[in-house]
Ligand binder design. Structure first.
Ligand SMILES: Cc1cc2nc3c(=O)[nH]c(=O)nc-3n(C[C@H](O)[C@H](O)[C@H](O)COP(=O)(O)O)c2cc1C
Length: 178
């Protein structure tokens, strides 16, 4: 079964998207990845829209999360928290009656150009994931600081970072009982 991947940044040259693209190479054998629709494709949450029916992209995102063995969220930190687009996407999916995030094993990664690597965003994200009853993996945490120094042409090439991420993915795989 695949692990769904959600990226909190929507810009083309996103470092977090680069980290997410490295997942297949670094994951234990047999794990595949299903990239969820960009968070930019979900409209701003509106209860009036919900009352008329969930947008197709929200239904599709929820169905992909439900079908996945686990969810990996890779996100930058914006103003010491998670990007608004990611929060909006989580809010939409939390409203689906099927509750696809409920009891879902969730892994968090973040990258930032600063030295803290998005740590503050991770702890805000954990708080939101309590509300949706996600089963969030604890340690080791992947918070990639100074990420701009670890890539070559948009690809993660720093061997130390790759080894550490592989270690986290193996531990997460054990956490979900693979
Ligand atoms: C609105 C905004 C707020 C930001 N706030 C933070 C922050 O609080 N902490 C941090 O480490 N970086 C912050 N940054 C810098 C981002 O970490 C940096 O732009 C990063 O490259 C964004 O991720 P991406 O490359 O995946 O798009 C901020 C960037 C923006 C646009």
């Amino acid at each position: 079964m695949a692990w769904a991947v959600w990226v909190g940044s929507v810009r083309k040259g996103s470092y977090n998207a680069a980290l997410a693209r490295a997942l297949p190479e670094l994951a234990p054998q047999g794990v595949s990845f299903d990239f969820l629709p960009s968070v930019a494709t979900l409209p701003i949450y509106d209860a009036d829209v919900e009352a008329e029916g969930f947008p197709a992209v929200v239904e599709a995102t929820g169905a992909a999360i439900a079908a996945a063995e686990a969810l990996v969220i890779v996100t930058p930190e914006y103003n010491y928290s998670i990007p608004g687009g990611l929060k909006n996407a989580l809010d939409w999916v939390s409203r689906l009656p099927s509750k696809p995030l409920g009891r879902k094993p969730i892994l968090i990664q973040s990258a930032s150009m600063g030295v803290i690597g998005g740590a503050r965003a991770q702890y805000h994200l954990r708080q939101v994931l309590v509300a949706v009853d996600g089963r969030v993996f604890n340690t080791p945490e992947v918070m990639v600081g100074r990420v701009q120094t670890l890539l070559t042409d948009g690809t993660l090439t720093d061997e130390g970072t790759k080894t550490f991420i592989a270690k986290q993915l193996k531990a997460f795989s054990e956490f979900i009982g693979r």
